[in-house]
Ligand binder design. Structure first.
Ligand code: SF4
Length: 352
């Protein structure tokens, strides 16, 4: 470690000269920091920035977010994916409003106890808003540390998480942990990037062990790949005059509490007849007309690939409402928060 003396000061200078000016860097308001951290997880900054601005505009305080309905929050979040983050965001806003009288907790353990807040977010809010000495360890930090210190312990192992967490806390600037954490993450995002890191003009290129040993492209190490699950969604676009039918996804599954067309899930790409035979409560072959069947599309999620298609059906009669089925006027359908495949389909329909 000794030859890394001065790392922190060098990093801080680099950060001052290179940091991007982003709205959440202009404040220490814990609501804003928390909001930005939740929005930016697994999201590119340019995409996240637009959502962040929209949320701050609609809900400038945690109280305002708490007052919104979950449907409104999900609608604003639509397109960002990982919808449990939005549901937890809303749930936690309500907790802060009721349990903490609208004041964000300032204790690390209390922050960590909030729904949807993991160690990473808790450390970010604690250090940036309350100057508490907790190191943030996100994907950027894993990468920078593994390369700088030449560590090949898999970052997705218990041992790796512990080792990197300890190291990140060891080198943390105790007096200014917020800036230090942001500098580490920014350095990973701009300089020590996953592909083609800029080692040539790197402030650490005389120290960096990975560079010295020529193993930059081998670090960080990951243990195993995630097993992807394939699912097949057959959406029934039932329509009758100005009416269409949707349902809310209430199960504990992807896209929970979003709306979609009635859907039949199959274990593989199944023949249309087979799908429709299994949905007699929605489709009557004697009277209803299958107008169009789309090709298969694919929505890639982190652990699942959703294969989907749309079967457009003209109903002879209005549906007597089955439990969970909602009749809506076609022109109102854009008011509902829907998953990406449905959103895409809506923009292609000539319903409006
Ligand atoms: S020298 Fe290269 S690998 Fe090492 S810290 Fe700098 S950018 Fe990253």
């Amino acid at each position: 470690m000794e030859h890394f003396v001065g790392l922190e000061a060098k990093l801080r200078r680099w950060y001052e000269q290179n940091k991007r000016h982003l709205p959440w860097r202009e404040t220490s308001d814990p609501y804003i920091i928390w909001l930005s951290e939740i929005i930016l997880q697994q999201t590119r900054i340019d995409q996240g920035l637009a959502y962040f601005k929209r949320f701050v505009e609609n809900y400038p305080t945690v109280e305002k977010l708490a007052e919104a309905t979950e449907d409104e929050v999900l609608k604003l979040w639509q397109g960002l994916g990982y919808y449990s983050r939005a549901r937890n965001l809303h749930y936690t806003a309500k907790t802060i409003s009721t349990v903490y009288n609208g004041n964000f907790p300032s204790d690390y353990k209390e922050i960590l106890s909030l729904k949807g807040v993991g160690e990473y977010t808790a450390a970010a809010v604690a250090s940036i808003s309350f100057n508490l000495p907790h190191a943030v360890v996100d994907g950027n930090v894993y990468r920078v540390l593994s390369r700088l210190f030449g560590i090949d312990t898999p970052i997705d192992s218990t041992e790796g998480r512990k080792q990197f967490n300890e190291l990140a806390n060891e080198i943390l600037n105790q007096k200014n942990p917020g800036d230090h954490n942001q500098a580490m993450m920014e350095f990973g995002a701009l300089q020590c990037t996953p592909k083609k890191p800029k080692c040539g003009d790197c402030i650490f290129n005389d120290w960096c062990l990975a560079l010295k040993e020529n193993i930059v492209d081998q670090l960080p190490v990951k243990k195993g790949k995630i097993k992807i699950k394939h699912r097949y969604f057959n959406y029934l676009l039932l329509s009758n005059g100005t009416s269409a039918y949707i349902q809310k996804r209430t199960a504990n599954d992807i896209w929970q509490n979003l709306y979609e067309f009635p859907m039949i899930e199959t274990s593989e790409k199944t023949e249309i007849d087979q799908v429709l035979n299994g949905s007699s409560s929605l489709y009557n072959p004697q009277t209803d007309l299958v107008e169009e069947v789309s090709g298969w599309g694919k929505q890639v999620l982190s652990h699942q690939h959703i294969h989907y298609r749309f079967i457009q059906i003209q109903l002879k009669n209005k549906k007597s409402l089955l439990p969970g089925l909602i009749e809506v006027n076609k022109k109102d359908i854009f008011n509902f928060a829907v998953p990406k495949p449905v959103e895409k389909k809506l923009t292609q329909l000539n319903w409006f």
